[in-house]
Design a protein around this ligand. Structure first.
Ligand code: HEC
Length: 169
């Protein structure tokens, strides 16, 4: 009697287990079906994402076809650089020259140091102007062209030279 009872219990148990596994698989499949329609859709349809992808997969080369409107192929014109405007000597000195000439770093003649500037001033302003624009390798160190500020207008640099010289006589 007990053996039969056990078998019955075992059969029922396996049946219940089977149904539960079936439900689990069903839920998984259902979830996949529902998700496939929505998963990451917001990313895929995001205009920013689409633009980035379009840019990445754009062909490297474009072909101009005779007789068609090829204006879209014109190389992008770099926005005409605004000519650097002229700045005052003191302003330029403070932002571009003081790093070296303020404290006399790396052999730079210090602002206000009459002894250091006298022999340089003796070379003439034209020479000092030229050296400040083109750079100058002297005995005491290296003066980079425009003090490393190629973005500044020539006239701004020359103003700074005049300012430094005027303050060092
Ligand atoms: C990276 C450091 C550095 C910066 C920044 C710098 N200078 Fe100089 N400058 C030097 C050094 C070093 C010398 C000395 C070179 C020598 O005579 O050996 C020098 C020398 C000069 C001289 C004298 C040149 C000569 O013929 O004797 C002038 C003029 C001058 N600098 C102007 C400027 C101006 C103007 C600026 C800012 C726009 C500037 N410098 C920024 C390092 C610098």
């Amino acid at each position: 009697m007990s053996a039969e009872h056990d078998r019955k219990f075992f059969d029922t148990f396996m049946l219940v287990l089977g149904i539960l596994i079936g439900i689990a698989i069903l839920l998984y499949v259902l979830a996949r079906i529902v998700a496939s329609g929505t998963q990451e859709q917001h990313v895929i349809t995001d205009p920013v994402n689409q633009a980035v992808v379009a840019e990445r997969i754009a062909p490297v080369a474009k072909v101009a076809v005779a007789g068609q409107d090829n204006s879209a192929l014109a190389p992008v014109q770099a926005a005409a650089a605004e000519p650097a405007k002229e700045l005052g000597g003191e302003e330029v000195f403070n932002m571009a020259c003081m790093a070296c000439h303020g404290a006399g770093v790396a052999g730079a003649p210090k602002y206000g140091d009459k002894a250091a500037w006298a022999p340089r001033i003796a070379k003439g302003m034209d020479t000092l102007h030229k050296h400040s624009l083109e750079g100058f390798q002297g005995n005491s160190g290296f003066m980079p062209p425009k003090g490393g500020r190629a973005d500044l207008a020539d006239k701004s640099i020359l103003n700074a030279v005049d300012y430094m010289v005027a303050g060092s006589k």
